[in-house]
Design a protein around this ligand. Structure first.
Ligand code: PEP
Ligand code: MG
Length: 888
C-alpha cells in the first residue's frame, strides 16, 4: 500500500508531484530548521484515488490517525480538546500553484466546548467566538456548499444592529450570537447540523479540498495555464497559529526581490492583528513590510534572516507568507515566486553574478514565451484599464496596435501612404489582402482561428492581429462594424487592438516600445546600460553557444530576410514563392491560368520569370553565405483568381454586355473550383499538371544564383517541392529541375549548386520517407499541413468551430496547430526522420511549419535530432533561446 501521509519532517522540496508545492516547501522549511507550525500532508495520490472512486483509499484514515496522534503529542494537546484545543488548518496545495482557485478551512477543532478552552487559553473570549464563527462560515461555504452570501448577510445584519460598519466593533457576545445564527443557516440549507466532532470536521474538509480540484474556476485556470487536468491536489493539515491575537500579532507576505523588476530589497505587506484571509479580503489597509521593523524589530530581523536563508537555499527569488503570534514568527508558506518576464531575465543574471547559479541554470530560468512577451510593444496597463473595451477575440499575433479603422486593403494602402496609422478590419482575410496587411498597423477579423490566413500571415510579419472576434458584426459594404452593446465603429474611427490578450478598445490607448527588439535590431547595444537588455544579451549568448539545432527563417522578401539575419537566423528554411505572385503580379498569374495555347502560356511564364529572378537575387544577397530554401508554388491556383460568387454576379448583371475577358475568367474559376482545395490541385500536383510552371521558377532561382556568383556572392539555394506523397512525384520534378540547372550552367558558364529536397507534410510522405529520401537531399516538415492531414482538421476552420470545446473537454491541452502533437504528428516526424536517414545518412532535416517557433515544439525537434527549425523572423530569438535550452 502506498504511503499517503507525510509529516512535514519527512518531505522535501523535490516531492512536489506527491506533496504539492505548498506541502513540499513546508517540509523543506521544516528541515531547514525554520519556524513552521507542525503538521502533515496527505498526498496527491490519495486525491487522485478519491476523485476516481468517490471514496478515500483504504488505510488513509488510519494513517491520518497515526500522524494526528504524533502531532497531538508534539503540540501537547488533542484536536478539539475541551480545555485547550489543538486547532488545525486544512489547505489545498497542488503541484503548480493555482492561487485562490481551491479551498481552505481554518480553525478545525472548534465546537461548543472547545471554544471555551480556546477562550481560556488565549485569555480572549471575543477572539475564541470570532474564530468559531469563521470556522462555521468557511466550513458551511466550502464543505457544505452553502451560499457564502447568507453568512455575509448575517454578519452585516449583526453590524447594522450594532450601528457599525467594522468587525472590530463586534464583541464576544455578538460573535456568540452569530455562531447561533450560522448554525441555523447550516441546518436550514445543508439539511444537517454543523458537525461538532473535530475528526469528522477534518475528514469532511479534506474531501472538500479534494473536490475543489474539479471546481469550475480551477478547471478554467488550469486550461489557461496549461496545467494537466489529472494531477490532483495534496492537502496540508497544519497546526493553527493566530495573527489576530492582538496588536503584537499579525500576518504578512514578502518577496525576497521585487517580482516586477527583480531589484533586491524588502518587498511585502504586513497587517497587524489579522489572519491571512483578512489581507486577501482587503478589509483593512496593510502597511509596507519595512514598517514591521518599528512594530516588532525582533521578528523583523528574524524574517530578513530567513529570507536570506531561503534565497540562498532555493537559489531563486522566493515569496513567503508568515504570521506573528504574540511576538513569535511563524512561516506558513514559501515558494519560488512568480515574476514578470523582465524580472525573470534580470533575476537569472543577478543570481549568476552572485554565484548562486551557473550560466546553464540562468538559461533554464527563463523561457521563450517570456522572451516573446518582452519583444512586443504593449499598451500602457493603466491606460488600457481606463479604456472602453469593445470585445475580445483570439490573441493571434501579439503586440499593440492603434489606428483608424479601414475595411479594404485599397483604403489601408491609401491612408498609410498619407502617413496614417490604420487597422485593417475584415470578416476574414485572403491573399488579396496582403498589401493592406502590410500597410496596416494591425489586423482584426471577426472570423477564423489562430491558423487562419490573417493569423499566419500577421505572425509572419510580426504584425499585431486579433482574429475570430465573433461578437463583431463587420459590414464591409457599409464601412462599419458593430460591437456588443450596439456600439458602431465606422471607417476612420480610431481603435486599439491588443494581440497579446485579444482585446479590442475604442479610441487610442498609449503604446510602449520594446527595448529588447531594438537590441535585436542592433539599435541598442548591451553596453548601453539597460539592465534588461544586458540580461537578455548574456542569456542569448549562452544559449547560442549551447544550441545544436540551427534556426532559420520563414521569409519571402529581402527586407524580412535582412531582419531575420539581424535577429540571428542561420538561413532561410521556407521562402513561400506564391507570396511573390500577389499584388500587381496577380494578373500575370491570371494570364497563365487562362492561357489556351502553349504560346500564350509561355508568354505568361516569360513575363513572370524576370520578376521572380529579381526577388531571389535580393534574398540571396541578404542571406549571402547561408542556405536559402525556396519552395516552389504551393497553393491551389484559384486563389489567384477572383471570387466565384462576386464574378458570377458581375457577369450575370452585365448580361449580354459582359466583358468577354470576365466570361473567360468565370469559366476558369468554375473549372478550377474545388470542394476541398487544401486536398486538391496544389503543391507538386500543380508542377506536374501545369507545364513550365516549376521550370520557370527553377530557372529564375538558378539564374539569380548564377548572377550572384558572378558578382562575387555566395548564394546557397535549396529547391523544395511541396505536398509530395510519393517518391515518383518527386522523381519527375527532380529530373526536370536537374535539366534546367544544367541548361543554366551551359548558358551562363556558372556552376550553380542547389540541393533538391521535399517537404514532408502528408502522412503518406512520412510513412514512405525511406523511399522519398532516395530522391530528396533534404526534408522539411510542413507541420501545418501535416497536422491538418494527420488529424483531418481543416487548418482554416477548426479553431473557431470547435477547438474551444475540445480544450474544455481536455481532448488536448493546446491546439495541435500551435504546439506539435508529439504522440500523433510527432510520431510521423520521428518515423520519417529515422527512415529518411536510414536511406540517406546525413540527410538534412528541418521543420518549417508554424511549430518551428513554438518553444515546446523546438524542444521536440531537438530531441528527435532535426538539424534546424525555421520560423517567422520575429520568432527567431525565441527559437534560438529554446534551441539552447533544449541542449542544456
Ligand atoms: C506547412 O504546411 O507546414 C508549411 C510550412 O506550408 P504552408 O503553411 O505554406 O502550407
Ligand atoms: Mg504546407
Amino acid at each position: 500500500m502506498p504511503k499517503f501521509v507525510y509529516d512535514f519532517t519527512e518531505g522535501n522540496k523535490d516531492l512536489k508531484d506527491l506533496l504539492g508545492g505548498k506541502g513540499a516547501n513546508l517540509a523543506e522549511m521544516t528541515n531547514l530548521g525554520l519556524p513552521v507550525p507542525p503538521g502533515f500532508t496527505i498526498t496527491t495520490e490519495a486525491c487522485r484515488y478519491y476523485l476516481e472512486h468517490g471514496t478515500l483509499p483504504e488505510g488513509l484514515e488510519a494513517e491520518i490517525d497515526t500522524h494526528l496522534t504524533a502531532l497531538e503529542s508534539t503540540m501537547g494537546k488533542r484536536l478539539g480538546q475541551a480545555d485547550d484545543p489543538l486547532l488545525v488548518s486544512v489547505r489545498s496545495g497542488a503541484k503548480f500553484s493555482m492561487p485562490g482557485m481551491m479551498e481552505t478551512v481554518l480553525n478545525i477543532g472548534l465546537n461548543d466546548e472547545s471554544v471555551h478552552g480556546l477562550a481560556a487559553q488565549a485569555g480572549d473570549e471575543r477572539f475564541a467566538w470570532d474564530s468559531y464563527r469563521r470556522l462555521i462560515q468557511m466550513f458551511g461555504k466550502t464543505v457544505l456548499d452553502i451560499d457564502g452570501d447568507l453568512f455575509e448577510e448575517a454578519l452585516e445584519a449583526a453590524k447594522d444592529r450594532k450601528g457599525t460598519k467594522d468587525d472590530v466593533d463586534l464583541d464576544a457576545g455578538d460573535f456568540r450570537d452569530l455562531v447561533g445564527t450560522y448554525k441555523g443557516i447550516v441546518r436550514e440549507h445543508a439539511g444537517r447540523d454543523f458537525p461538532t466532532d473535530p475528526r469528522e470536521q477534518m475528514n469532511l474538509a479534506t474531501m472538500a479540498v479534494f473536490d475543489s480540484w474539479n471546481a469550475d474556476r480551477a478547471i478554467l485556470y488550469r486550461r489557461q495555464e496549461r496545467i494537466p487536468v489529472d494531477l490532483g491536489t495534496a492537502v496540508n493539515i497544519c497546526s493553527m497559529v493566530f495573527g489576530n491575537l492582538g496588536m503584537d500579532s499579525g500576518t504578512g507576505v514578502a518577496f525576497t526581490r521585487d517580482p516586477a523588476s527583480g531589484q533586491q530589497g524588502i518587498y511585502g505587506d504586513y497587517l497587524q492583528n489579522a489572519q491571512g484571509e483578512d489581507v486577501v479580503a482587503g478589509i483593512r489597509n496593510t502597511v509596507p513590510l519595512v514598517e514591521l521593523e518599528k512594530i516588532d524589530k525582533a521578528s523583523y530581523d528574524q524574517l530578513l534572516d530567513i529570507m536570506e536563508t531561503l534565497e540562498n537555499h532555493y537559489r531563486d527569488m522566493c515569496d513567503i507568507e508568515f504570521t506573528i503570534e504574540r511576538g513569535k514568527l511563524w512561516m506558513l508558506q514559501t515558494r519560488v515566486g512568480k515574476r514578470t518576464a523582465a524580472a525573470a531575465f534580470r533575476i537569472a543574471c543577478q543570481l549568476l553574478d552572485q554565484g548562486l547559479i551557473d550560466a546553464d541554470e540562468s538559461a533554464r530560468r527563463v523561457t521563450g514565451d517570456q522572451l516573446a512577451q518582452l519583444m512586443f510593444p504593449r499598451f500602457d496597463g493603466a491606460a488600457a484599464k481606463e479604456a472602453t473595451k469593445l470585445t475580445k477575440g483570439m490573441n493571434a499575433s501579439p503586440g499593440a496596435a492603434v489606428g483608424k479603422v479601414v475595411f479594404t486593403s485599397e483604403r489601408a494602402v491609401e491612408l498609410a501612404a498619407q502617413g496614417e496609422d490604420v487597422i485593417l478590419v475584415r470578416r476574414e482575410t485572403n491573399p488579396d489582402d496582403l498589401s493592406g496587411m502590410v500597410a496596416a498597423q494591425g489586423v482584426l477579423t471577426s472570423r477564423g482561428g489562430k491558423t487562419s490566413h490573417a493569423a499566419v500571415v500577421a505572425r509572419g510579419m510580426g504584425k499585431t492581429c486579433v482574429c475570430g472576434a465573433e461578437e463583431l458584426d463587420v459590414d464591409v459594404k457599409a464601412g462599419s462594424f458593430t460591437a456588443p452593446g450596439g456600439v458602431t465603429v465606422s471607417e476612420g474611427d480610431v481603435i486599439s487592438i491588443d494581440g497579446s490578450s485579444g482585446e479590442v478598445f475604442l479610441g487610442e490607448v498609449p503604446v510602449e516600445d520594446s527595448p529588447v527588439v531594438r537590441y535585436f535590431e542592433g539599435e541598442l547595444r548591451a553596453s548601453d546600460g539597460d539592465e534588461l537588455v544586458k540580461s537578455v544579451h548574456r542569456i542569448m549568448k549562452h544559449a547560442d553557444g549551447r544550441a545544436r539545432l540551427k534556426v532559420r527563417a520563414n521569409a519571402d522578401n529581402p527586407e524580412d530576410s535582412e531582419r531575420a539575419r539581424r535577429f540571428g537566423a542561420q538561413g532561410i528554411g521556407l521562402c513561400r514563392t506564391e507570396h511573390m505572385f500577389l499584388g500587381e503580379r496577380r494578373q500575370l498569374v491570371e494570364k497563365l491560368i487562362l492561357a489556351e495555347t502553349p504560346e500564350e502560356r509561355q508568354a505568361a511564364l516569360d513575363a513572370l520569370e524576370p520578376l521572380q529572378k529579381q526577388d531571389f537575387e535580393g534574398i540571396f544577397t541578404a542571406m549571402d553565405g547561408l542556405p536559402v530554401t525556396i519552395r516552389l508554388i504551393d497553393p491551389p491556383l484559384h486563389e489567384f483568381l477572383p471570387d466565384l460568387t462576386e464574378l458570377s454576379v458581375k457577369v450575370a448583371l452585365a448580361g449580354d454586355k459582359a466583358d468577354p475577358q470576365d466570361r473567360r475568367l468565370l469559366e476558369a474559376v468554375h473549372r478550377l473550383h474545388e470542394q476541398n482545395p487544401m486536398l486538391g490541385l496544389r503543391g507538386v500536383r500543380l508542377g506536374l499538371v501545369i507545364p513550365g510552371l516549376f521550370s520557370m521558377q527553377v530557372r529564375a532561382i538558378a539564374e539569380a544564383a548564377a548572377g550572384r556568383i558572378e558578382a562575387g556572392g555566395d548564394p546557397r539555394p535549396e529547391i523544395m517541392i511541396p505536398l509530395v506523397g510519393a517518391v515518383q512525384e518527386l522523381e519527375a520534378v527532380r529530373e526536370d529541375t536537374l535539366r534546367i540547372l544544367a541548361e543554366v550552367k551551359e548558358a551562363s558558364g556558372v556552376d550553380v549548386h542547389a540541393l533538391i529536397g521535399t517537404m514532408i507534410e502528408l502522412p503518406r510522405a512520412a510513412l514512405t520517407a525511406g523511399q522519398i529520401a532516395e530522391a530528396a537531399e533534404f526534408f522539411s516538415f510542413g507541420t501545418n499541413d501535416l497536422t491538418q492531414t494527420t488529424w483531418g482538421f481543416s487548418r482554416d476552420d477548426v479553431e473557431a468551430a470547435f477547438f474551444s470545446r475540445y480544450l474544455e473537454l481536455g481532448i488536448f491541452g493546446v491546439s495541435p496547430f500551435e504546439t506539435l502533437d508529439r504522440d500523433g504528428v510527432g510520431r510521423l516526424v520521428r518515423i520519417a526522420a529515422e527512415e529518411g536517414r536510414a536511406t540517406r545518412p546525413g540527410l538534412k532535416i528541418g521543420i518549417c511549419g508554424e511549430h518551428g517557433g513554438d518553444p515546446d515544439s523546438v524542444h521536440f525537434c531537438h530531441e528527435v535530432g532535426l538539424d534546424y527549425v525555421s520560423c517567422s523572423p520575429f520568432r527567431i530569438p525565441v527559437a534560438r533561446l529554446e534551441a539552447g535550452r533544449a541542449a542544456i
